[in-house]
Design a protein around this ligand. Structure first.
Ligand SMILES: O=C(O)[C@H](O)[C@@H](O)[C@H](O)[C@H](O)CS(=O)(=O)O
Length: 289
């Protein structure tokens, strides 16, 4: 693998959810705590943002244009980078202290997103499915911090993590019905490695996990073995995404020193990095609703 380069230095409080738009050749990403949806153009270096009125945990591009997103207040449509917010549904209206945190579309174009409980007093974070008829249903997980959602290339395996518990789970997934079964532990990281935050699966079915607190990204085989490690010049990597014309540019988002007091040791905390990797990622499905 090539060296890790800084793409956007010190650009966010909590950079997350990078998404490559292969039609526009642009990277979209969010600053969760700043409530901002960003658009970055690698060709020009231009990085613009839409300011929202609440935290945005995750989003997906929409086939009809614009975005579907998971905010603190639930699922919404965002018309464009100029704004236009339309509420869809809030499956956790009874838990205003919780917010959406991590999500992406499944191969059938549903938007799946998970919530987190900042108090970490109950395992009350769950993944929900938003189908193309805009109906929501509880999907899987009893988490403190729902994270790491990704699918195998054939869509038959769903992965997710609960970050503070250091564990990634794997489940059988029926794309036709959005049913989950056979949930099992995929990998549990020893203390000191970092905690499994956001993730992506490559075209060979390997799971790439951003290890929050560990300053690294790891590539994990379908059998749960760590086969590669990338050192990241920030203590808290938060997520990875494959981009570029060949989907071999791995973008890495990170959290700033709000989450890591070691500013002197990690002056690039809160930056977005990139590294060229030898295996292509998977193109991100768009929301079909
Ligand atoms: O980056 C994210 O997904 C969360 O929003 C972060 O807050 C982070 O994952 C979380 O803080 C890690 S943990 O729950 O403290 O282990």
């Amino acid at each position: 693998m090539s060296e890790v380069v800084t793409v956007l230095a010190n650009c966010a409080q909590l950079a997350e959810c990078p998404r490559w738009d292969h039609e526009q050749s642009k990277l979209y990403w969010v600053d969760i705590d700043a409530g901002r949806l960003h658009q970055f153009d690698p060709a020009t270096g231009e990085n613009t943002f839409l300011q929202l009125e609440e935290e945005i945990g995750c989003f997906a591009l929409r086939e009809k244009g614009g975005f579907v997103a998971g905010l603190r207040s639930g699922f919404v449509f965002i018309d464009s980078m100029a704004g236009g917010i339309t509420p869809i549904a809030d499956p956790e209206a009874d838990k205003p202290h919780q917010r959406f945190n991590d999500g992406r579309c499944d191969p059938a174009g549903r938007f799946l997103a998970g919530t987190l409980n900042p108090n970490k007093d109950h395992y009350s974070g769950h993944y929900y499915s938003l189908n193309t008829q805009l109906e929501t249903s509880k999907l899987v997980g009893n988490n403190w911090t729902s994270n790491g959602l990704a699918f195998s290339p054939d869509g038959k395996t769903l992965y997710y993590s609960d970050t503070p518990r250091h564990v990634v789970f794997a489940c059988d997934y029926d794309v036709a019905t959005a049913q989950v079964s056979n949930e099992r532990e995929f990998i549990r990281f020893p203390h000191g490695w970092g905690r499994p935050d956001g993730a992506a699966v490559d075209s060979e079915g390997y799971y790439w996990s951003a290890l929050y607190g560990g300053g690294r990204v790891v590539r994990i085989s379908p059998s749960g073995q760590i086969v590669n490690t990338i050192a990241v010049p920030a203590k808290n990597p938060t997520m990875v995404a494959f981009g570029g014309a060949d989907l071999k540019t791995l973008y890495i988002t990170t959290a700033d020193t709000t989450y890591s007091p070691e500013k002197a040791q990690y002056p690039l905390s809160g930056s977005i990095f990139a590294v060229e990797v030898p295996v292509a990622g998977l193109a991100e499905p768009k929301f079909k609703g």
